[in-house]
Design a protein around this ligand. Structure first.
Ligand SMILES: O=C(O)CCC(=O)C(=O)O
Ligand SMILES: [Fe+2]
Length: 547
């Protein structure tokens, strides 16, 4: 067998790096990340490295905050049995409500699944991934119709960075796979475990329904517990765990997940903008119109020993259905307007899978763009009407608008993220002095500047230059002219307003007005100067003369 690592040899040689080729070579091994480890890779291949993720920073979760913040643990012993004590039940439902509203993630104990069954399924999952590669690769597939399969990174070709993780997938409900499709040594224990998980899932949906103030059976009746698929993840020990993740930041695609993890640890939940470790136990999460959180979480790459987890996803998955899911009608009101639009499970999952785990929430895509009268709002029409004014955002200002039109409103999640970002503290944009780089005797100076540029480009991707040779008064004049143009009467500006990109001088508002999710509060004049420069007379008057 050819060493799979050989296919990944170009790593590090910047100009020769071909990501698609590397992904393909890796996928073709059909042996997963475990295969790389079996061959003794000492360095994490480039496809697994996320230059933007500050993993090391985030790993230092033993801060004060970590000590005070603990994932809620809820004891549900006997709560779901008939004849359970009504008071204790109410108490538990309150705990579930609080945990789901504040964390979206909680652990349950005394849930009725025998510990031996949990141990057996973890051991079975580990056995699957650790059997000889010839055996496990028989199951390797990306075929969406397969109920039983083994893959590494379901989103390998979609996501910006691959995870240090392999997965065995089994769709259990509504229709279980044929027993002969399953690995013999694992099949009984998996089916056994899934029966318990189903029962627990139904019980949790009951508690969650009541916690939302709905009838006990509500969530099950709308089909939330119909589909069940189980993912057995395996996180091989990683030689450089500070460079990659076991699972990228994401929120799950389904209604609730019951997660069983071994004792290695590494799972973290994003809570109040901090990564909080989830100590090994069991947990679940739920999506529901933001009333209950769908927490973002991730898994650090395992370092010394491999980690195994078994995630059971409840959804309506297998049969494409026209049934629409959206904010629960009983829970929306004038004060509590729907935050998401309706969608089918199929549309939602297609979007989720197509996007891959890229660090953003798939829910954003379904956020209701217009909160006030969603049924009457016609975004396309509003965009068109705005574009037809040919006066840009400045035109709105001139007309004295006091409320921002809906097309400019960013979904609250995005704004929150930007405001809460702590990146400013960590980064300072480098300032590079270009003085003297072209002098004949300036070789070492030049080399020094090149080093600074390289470092800035590698770490920040953004830098400022000073002593660059463009006179300061020219910069000032340029800014002043742009302002003058923008403040010309509407009739003057609109002569240049166009979306015809073959023109050399283009003035418009939002080049991507009809494509982007949200319009920006900005107008732009762009001029083409190379390879063929624009003619003077094509330029707006204010730019034609130097003085
Ligand atoms: O392995 C884990 O602990 C988490 C896996 C996970 O987040 C997922 O499958 O969605
Ligand atoms: Fe997850």
């Amino acid at each position: 067998m050819e060493n799979p690592c050989a296919c990944l040899a170009s790593i590090g040689v910047e100009s020769e790096y071909d990501r698609t080729k590397e992904l393909k070579a890796f996928d073709d091994t059909k042996a997963g990340v475990r295969g790389l480890v079996e061959f003794g890779v000492a360095k994490v291949p480039r496809m697994f490295i996320d230059p933007n993720e500050r993993i090391i920073d985030c790993c230092s979760t033993s801060s004060n905050a970590q000590k005070n913040l603990m994932i809620p643990v809820i004891d549900i012993e006997g709560i779901c049995e008939t004849g359970a004590d009504a008071f204790a039940r109410k108490e538990t439902i309150n705990q579930v409500k609080h945990a789901a509203e504040t964390w979206g993630f909680f652990q349950v104990v005394n849930h009725g699944i025998p510990v031996e069954i949990m141990d057996d399924v973890l051991e079975g999952a580990r056995w699957f991934h650790e059997q000889p590669r010839e055996e496990r690769s028989k199951f390797y597939s990306r075929d969406k119709t397969k109920k039983v399969k083994y893959t590494s990174n379901f989103d390998l070709y979609k996501s910006p960075v691959a995870n240090w993780r392999d997965t065995f997938f089994c769709a259990i409900a509504p229709e279980p796979p044929n027993p002969e499709e399953m690995p013999i040594a694992f099949r009984d224990v998996l089916m056994d475990y899934s029966k318990y998980v189903k029962k627990l899932g139904v019980a949790l949906f009951g508690l969650l329904s009541e916690a939302l103030g709905l009838d006990h059976n509500y969530l099950c009746e709308i089909g939330c517990s119909e589909g069940l698929f189980i993912l057995c993840h395996y996180y091989p020990a990683c030689p450089e765990p500070e460079l990659t993740l076991g699972t990228s930041k994401h929120s799950d695609s389904n209604f609730i997940t019951i997660l069983l993890q071994d004792q290695i640890g590494g799972l973290q939940v994003l809570h109040q903008n901090q990564w909080i470790n989830v100590p090994p136990l069991h947990g679940g999460l739920l999506i529901s119109n933001d009333r209950f959180k769908s927490s973002e979480h991730r898994v650090l790459a395992a370092h010394v020993s491999p980690r195994t987890s078994v995630a059971s996803f409840f959804n309506t998955y297998s049969q494409p259905s026209a049934m629409k899911y959206g904010p629960i009608k009983e829970l929306v009101s004038e004060e509590n307007p729907p935050l998401y639009r309706e969608t089918t499970m199929q549309e939602y999952l297609e979007y989720y899978n197509e996007k891959g785990l890229d660090g953003t929430s798939a829910l954003l895509h379904f956020k209701q763009v217009f909160h006030e009268t969603p049924s009457e709002y016609d975004r396309k029409q509003e965009l068109k009407a705005f574009d037809d004014t040919k006066a840009g955002v400045r035109g709105l200002e001139e007309a004295g608008v006091t409320r921002i039109p809906q097309i400019f409103i960013t979904p609250p999640d995005v704004i929150d993220k930007l405001v809460n970002s702590d990146d400013e503290k960590a980064f300072r944009i480098p300032v590079i002095d270009l003085d003297g780089i072209n002098m004949n005797d300036g070789l070492s100076r030049r080399k020094n500047v090149i080093d600074q540029v390289r470092q800035a480009a590698e770490t920040c991707g953004f830098f400022q230059v000073v002593n660059h040779g463009v006179p300061t008064d020219m910069l000032d004049r340029m800014l002043e002219r742009v302002r003058r143009f923008s403040e010309e009467p509407k009739e003057e500006r609109s002569k240049f307003y166009t979306r015809d990109l073959t023109r050399k001088v283009v003035y418009n508002c939002n080049f991507d007005l009809f494509q982007s999710l949200v319009a920006n509060w900005r107008d732009t004049l762009s001029c083409m100067f190379a390879p063929d420069s624009v003619n003077l007379e094509e330029l707006p008057q204010v730019f034609r003369f130097a003085n």
